[in-house]
Design a binder for this molecule. Sequence first.
Ligand code: ACO
Length: 329
Amino acid sequence: MKAVITAVGGYAPDYILDNKELSKMVDTSDEWIMTRVGIKERHILKGERQGTSEMAVKAVEEIFRKSETSPDEIDLVICATVTPDHIFPAMANIVSDKADIRNAHSFDLNAGCSGFLYALDTASKFIEAGSKKKALVIGADKMSSITDYSDRTTCVLFGDAAAAVLLEPSKDDSVGVIDSILRSDGFGRRYLKMEAGGSVAPPSIDTVKNKEHFIFQDGRHVFKYAVSSMADVSVEMMKKHNISPDELDWLVPHQANMRIIDATAERMGIDKNKVMINIERYGNTTAATIPMCLYEWENRLNKGDNLILSAFGAGFTWGSILVKWGYNS
Ligand code: ACO
């Protein structure tokens, strides 16, 4: 039995932080950001005590409306995030409460920017095993909550968003989540992390003073590994399933840097018009980038389309998933 995506929902907050406004905050320019990264604007969740779950719930409620699913029918919720509302309880528990989901077991999963792929793979296994019938897989991050807006090397990169998919057993075996290649290498933990706030360095006046509750990234190192790893696993997936560049309908890449996306597409030998790209309007929303692409491209997808989802992120974690799309919109 295969697991198939049957609905997609997404949400980005209204407030837009563009390059012009960022140029007033730090020493940067639209020209540098567009040339080196490819981002024009990011959506930011404003307001006191507004956490990632606010956005995730909106994405989930859209799925309920579109698919005419009732919250009672959901039996699994997996939330991929690096910015949960709290360290505990899990954001998936909070989303379930807010969305009135009472019959599911729910948990969070942290795999950096590869989180959605890890969560989709995990949920698929529950469906394939026959133990779950309707799973919500959510990718959501409020990156603005851990971004230092005085650090030009990171603050231009990130934005806030949430998106989700509904996963069900496929009645038609030819469509669904076909295969996953997921990898991690903890060696990468040096290059991309949030130093404090966990058990090693609980919050203190010093950790706040030292800005250890913000994203730390050695961009050059991460870039080097991201370019080769994302391309490697995507090409490996094509070879494993004998999919030629012509037969691949869509590459759905994590949106961290336009240059990483271009390099991945080039190694796969596919045309840019087959690549889902919205980094210019959202920036890097971590676990939300890939489902947000699916959400924005949903109307252009046809049953049977071959999609390769591909990501690289903190950990390091990376991977690719082959999906045969399950429906016409
Ligand atoms: N505006 C202007 N200049 C800048 C900016 C900026 N916003 N940021 C950096 N610079 C400067 C640097 O200070 C440096 O100046 P120097 O040479 O005088 O020291 C120069 O530009 C070049 O800096 P690099 O870091 O070499 O710039 P690079 O071309 O590598 O781009 C970037 C930086 C965009 C971060 C890139 O390295 C990158 O995309 N890395 C990978 C990001 C990624 O994939 N992350 C993984 C997912 S994130 C997650 O999992 C949470």
